[in-house]
Design a protein around this ligand. Structure first.
Ligand code: GLV
Length: 322
């Protein structure tokens, strides 16, 4: 079995896979051309097109992340090769922490206190109890489901939404278009953890933002494509050219209280993007849930062994996009 790795930390992956599968030949995409020929399997994060043009005998691809959007959008990806993605693989824990932090940022008024501090203002805000702070989680895949359940365990009323019907302990589950509208009307924080597909593109737009109660907040650790940025800025109440003005004294002007954003259409987020300077937006550089190698390695090895033994491994549905 010949395995090719394409990842920022390819050397470490190579060592780890080679020691778990001693009979396999494990190569990296940055090796000399003669040292990276005829791979059977590709283990990769965001592989470039030239890799597919070069490796024409691939029998399977393991995506070193939860989202397969970058891979499926690669114009050189050959059709018909099974793609297996990481499922949770240690990402849910850091994702839960990220979302919990972001929810508390609004529920415990840390956003307000940061602005008050700049004015030397000592003023306690009335506390909205957790029980009255509805949270919506869009996307109930391996990671979204864990996030929804963790927030529910924390004591928040949690509503989840997925394309097809699901049931989760402690979470009010909705599905389909009417389910989305029902969810939006009752949440104070909306968390987007959907995959990037045709069906989810700009699912957060002027219409869906208008369906949220005034004063709701948006938390996007999923994908930039889920958000119509112009509509988001509009809902935050920022006019063009006013990016550094804090307009949130009192009620603020937009219907949206604020946003915590980790994923963007263009990454790194360009310096001239108005979200950077918005006083009610917190930006992080796609760091919400890094993939810990030790946890991912187990899934990678399990998949490679199953493929080697000729077993069927559940794979991504390219038409659905996840
Ligand atoms: C990261 O964004 C992933 O899809 O795993």
């Amino acid at each position: 079995m010949q395995i090719l790795i394409h990842a920022a930390d390819a050397k470490q992956w190579q060592t780890a896979i080679a020691s778990a599968l001693p009979t396999a030949k494990v190569m990296t995409s940055n090796a000399a051309l003669e040292d990276r020929q005829n791979a059977d399997y590709l283990v990769a994060w965001q592989p470039p097109s030239w890799l597919f043009e070069e490796q024409t005998g691939l029998k399977g691809i393991i995506n070193l992340g939860a989202g397969v959007d970058s891979l499926l959008n690669n114009p050189s990806l050959p059709a018909g090769i099974p793609i297996v993605k990481l499922r949770d693989a240690g990402m849910a824990g850091p994702m839960i922490d990220y979302v919990r932090y972001a929810v508390l940022h609004f529920q415990r008024d840390f956003d307000c206190y940061a602005r008050q501090q700049r004015r030397f203002q000592w003023q306690e805000q009335p506390l909205v109890p957790k029980e009255e702070w509805g949270i919506g989680v869009l996307g109930l895949g391996a990671i979204g489901a864990r996030v929804a359940q963790a927030l529910s365990d924390d004591g928040f009323p949690v509503h989840g939404w997925s394309r097809s019907p699901k049931t989760l302990d402690g979470v009010t589950c909705h599905h389909g278009e009417s389910g989305l509208t029902a969810l939006l009307g009752q949440v104070k924080s909306l968390v987007t953890l959907l995959p990037n597909t045709q069906a989810t593109r700009q699912i957060i737009n002027a219409e869906t933002l208008a369906a949220l109660p005034v004063g709701a907040s948006l938390i996007n650790p999923g994908r930039g494509s889920l958000i119509d940025e112009a509509a988001l800025l509009e809902a935050l109440g920022m006019a063009e050219g006013e990016e550094s003005v804090d307009k949130t004294d009192g009620e603020g002007r937009g219907r949206l209280r604020g946003a915590v954003l980790d994923a963007f259409d263009t990454e790194p987020l360009p310096a001239d993007n108005p979200l950077w300077g918005h006083p009610r937006v917190l930006i992080t550089p796609h760091m919400a849930a890094p993939t810990p190698r030790h946890a991912a390695l187990d899934q990678v090895i399990e998949t490679l062994k199953a493929w080697q033994a000729g077993e069927h491994v559940p794979s991504v549905d390219p038409a659905a996009g996840y």
